[in-house]
Design a protein around this ligand. Structure first.
Ligand code: NAD
Length: 476
């Protein structure tokens, strides 16, 4: 690839789209209609802070309205720009189609470094941004439903939801205007962990398919696999924590904004997270070696690389040196189209962002449904299920007494069996099911078609096919 320019994030998404579309038989013109972004709104607004007016620039881009509302996170970062927001909005369209969440794609961003402002200032800025978006129906339960992304979380979502409710006092569905809210403000159990949990479920599903595992030159299960994660924020932290605590994987590298930690014997993810909360970064963490040039650790030997921070971190300048045989894209767009080609030739298996980090939007979908139905999941049926289970348990107890020493119930069977599922369990079950089914749709195309070399192209084919069917059903 020497001499070829590194494609931007937006160009990468387009190149990957075109690669898949060229293998499909779409009606003339529809390919272009699906690929382009419908509209991007730019807003500049002033907020009086510390005795002077500060001007901020924000975006909300709507990629596709084949289904409404459209959905996608709002990012707070200095590097936010129109191209990035449009690329992210396009990815949302394909992601929602792949995991069968009934939304079009959208994304928003505000050019800001949240670390520079105090909480009350962030609230003022967020409320003003939300006001500008809500005024134009770019925050609206039936048209456009934002969620958290880099630099935003439950706190910002609660402010936005409240701002919308103040502006729409008679809207009974006001709470459904954003997702990722705190539980006490209309959120859902399991949303904060959802994207990281989805990474875990995606990897579990991958490792259930020995043929796919073999394509990456790996074998066995997640147990003992060496993991390097970049970004210990919401997504990276939860993914690394669950994989190490529940699946026996060993996190040997953690890359953050202020350098990387490396320890071949494994790093305690929770301890590093607490260190970051206290000290603001990973530097001086005692139980691992610190490297100031964090990016170099992306190139260390490991089994699974999880980029969970920024886009474009695996690019044409380092792709050749990436040793991980399996990359799961927890962040959006961490591998550029140029790097993707190099890695494909090397035989690296990439589980693409569009699928891998879809756990967030999946649980956001559950939250939105919960808000519209105005009832917590499981509230109607939980005790009824328990009562039915009680019947079986009492019959088994009768059998237990009758059979004497020949058979007895396992000690914790009764309590485990009787316990009805709470909201968190239902959410995790729905997420697990979604991740399994979407993987199967994607891998079927990967296996069945000789002209499809990788999971990313397969994912695009599944998604584009669904979006095109939806447009055609609308008569386009
Ligand atoms: P976050 O802000 O919670 O975490 C990002 C982390 O990356 C932070 O810990 C930050 O310090 C770190 N970081 C920043 N610059 C870095 C650098 N140069 N090198 C290494 N680390 C750096 O964000 P998040 O919500 O975890 O999002 C991360 C990625 O996942 C983004 O690409 C986002 O679009 C994607 N994503 C997030 C969600 C979600 O639900 N939050 C859903 C889907 C996709």
């Amino acid at each position: 690839m020497t001499g070829i320019k590194e494609p931007s994030f937006r160009e990468s998404v387009d190149l990957m789209f075109n690669r898949a579309a060229s293998l499909m038989d779409l009606p003339p013109g529809l390919e272009e209609k699906i690929r382009v972004c419908n509209a991007t709104y730019t807003v500049r607004f002033g907020v009086r802070l510390r005795g002077q007016i500060h001007t901020f620039t924000g975006y909300r881009s709507v990629h596709s309205e084949h289904m409404e509302p459209v959905k996608g996170g709002i990012r707070y970062a200095l590097a936010v720009n129109q191209d990035e927001v449009e690329a992210l909005a396009a990815l949302m369209t394909y992601k929602c189609a792949l995991v069968e969440a009934p939304f079009g794609g959208s994304k928003g961003g505000l050019c800001i470094d949240p670390r520079q402002y105090e909480e009350h200032e962030m609230e003022q800025i967020t409320r003003r941004f939300a006001y500008e978006l809500a005024k134009r129906d770019l925050i609206n339960p039936s048209q456009n439903v934002p969620a958290p992304d880099m630099g935003t979380g439950e706190r910002e979502m609660a402010w936005m939801a409240d701002q919308y409710a103040r502006m729409n006092t008679t809207d009974i569905n006001a709470r459904a205007c954003v997702t990722g809210k705190p539980l006490n403000a209309g959120g859902i159990a399991g949303r904060v962990e959802a994207t990281g949990r989805g990474i875990q479920y995606a990897l579990r599903e991958f490792f259930r398919n020995p043929e796919d595992v073999q394509k990456a030159g790996l074998s066995g299960s997640l147990d003992g696999k060496r993991v390097i994660v970049q970004g210990l924020g919401n997504v990276g932290y939860h993914a690394a924590k669950f994989l190490s605590e529940e699946d026996g994987s060993r996190v040997i590298g953690i890359i953050e904004w202020d350098g990387a930690l490396f320890n071949p014997d494994g790093i305690d993810v929770e301890a590093v997270r607490q260190w970051i909360v206290k000290h603001g970064g990973v530097k001086n963490y005692p139980d691992a070696t610190h490297t100031a040039e964090g990016g170099a650790v992306l190139e260390e030997k490991c089994d699974i690389l999880i980029p969970a921070a920024l886009e474009g971190v695996v690019n044409m300048s380092n792709a050749e040196r990436i040793k991980a045989p399996l990359i799961i894209e927890a962040a959006n767009g961490p591998v550029t189209a140029g790097a993707d080609e190099i890695l494909r030739k090397k035989g690296t298996v990439i589980i693409p962002d569009m699928y891998a980090n879809a756990g967030g939007v999946t649980v956001s979908y559950f939250e939105w449904v919960k808000n519209l139905s105005h009832i917590r999941f499981g509230r109607m049926q939980r005790r009824q299920e328990e009562a039915r289970h009680e019947l079986i348990v009492s019959e088994l107890q009768r059998l237990d007494r009758y059979l004497g020493d020949a058979w007895s119930m396992s000690p914790d069977f009764k309590s485990k069996y009787l316990k009805g599922a709470d909201e968190l369990e239902l959410v995790r079950s729905g997420l697990d099911d979604t991740m399994r089914i979407a993987y199967q749709a994607m891998s079927e195309v990967w296996h069945d078609r000789d002209d499809v070399e990788d999971l990313r192209t397969a994912a695009y084919i599944v998604a584009i096919d669904r979006v095109s069917k939806s447009y055609r059903a609308k008569g386009l």
